[in-house]
Write a protein that binds this ligand. Structure first.
Ligand SMILES: [Fe+2]
Length: 263
């Protein structure tokens, strides 16, 4: 297994046809370790049907159904992501996936079936580095603070009623259960406010945190090719899906795996 570091976050793994290693416990352990060490894994030139993709996802966790978007009829844990046009593109903001759940998914798998020749990059930002970059007094002030996360922004994009939007509280700094490192865990997409803080102070503080979360020096930009599989750790990275491909076809299969309550 050849592992090439991709900069501030992520690693590319070459020389591997994923569907042929699913019974090899030694390689599976190495993939799991690389995932924890690098937060984003890139596998090129894969050829994975939905069953393969589900088996690959099981290397990391239990595939789950998305709480809002319906999945494939025969494989409900897989969401097909297609180009709905820039206006209905839900992912052009920094976020970690589905943080408005009590137990957000640990990992997301995104596999490209068809990609445009330009546009559609996905950016990943290392939230361990974002946390470390904060001033000591900010770390101290927020060490026990929680933020409220809501799905209202997705519901309103879908034109749905936001009066029953879901809200959960998660710590502003999340401890990774494997590495025990702390990561920044507030997202522009889903966070409404920091609890036990007046709204102005919350807004000012979130602006500082969002700036740290999305610094270019903590970021890897992925340019997709057909057959790429990316796996990312929602506990330690945020991502941003650019559009910029007009009406061109871009089709992906996506799976998220089971999570646990952030602490
Ligand atoms: Fe996402």
């Amino acid at each position: 297994m050849e592992v090439t570091n991709l900069g501030p976050v992520g690693a590319q793994i070459d020389g591997m046809d994923l569907k042929s290693v699913l019974d090899d416990q030694e390689i599976i352990s190495e993939i799991r370790k690389a995932f924890i060490d690098n937060s984003v894994l890139v596998f090129k030139n894969q050829n994975l049907n939905p069953s393969h993709l589900l088996s690959v996802a099981e290397i990391i966790g239990l595939p789950m159904k998305h709480p809002i978007f319906p999945g494939l009829s025969e494989h409900p844990e897989i969401i097909k992501i297609e180009n709905l046009g820039e206006m209905y593109h839900t992912n052009a903001h920094w976020h970690s996936d589905v943080t408005f759940e009590e137990e957000p998914p640990d990992a997301t798998f995104l596999y490209s079936l068809e990609v445009p020749d330009e546009g559609g990059d996905t950016l990943f930002s290392n939230q361990f580095l974002a946390y470390e970059s904060l001033a000591d007094d900010v770390k101290l002030m927020l060490s026990d603070k929680k933020a409220s996360h809501s799905n209202a922004s997705i519901l309103s994009l879908m034109g749905a009623d936001t009066s029953n939007a879901k809200r959960v509280l998660h710590p502003v700094f999340r401890t990774h259960p494997d590495s025990k490192k702390k990561a920044l865990y507030v997202t522009q997409a889903f966070v409404e406010k920091i609890e036990e803080m007046d709204i102005k102070k919350s807004e000012d503080t979130l602006a500082i945190l969002y700036s740290a979360a999305s610094k270019e020096e903590f970021t890897y930009r992925h340019k997709w090719s057909k057959g790429d599989l990316l796996i990312w750790d929602n506990r330690s990275v945020q991502h941003f899906a650019e559009h910029g491909y007009g009406n061109k076809v871009r089709t992906m299969h996506r799976i998220t795996t089971s999570g646990s309550k952030p602490f």
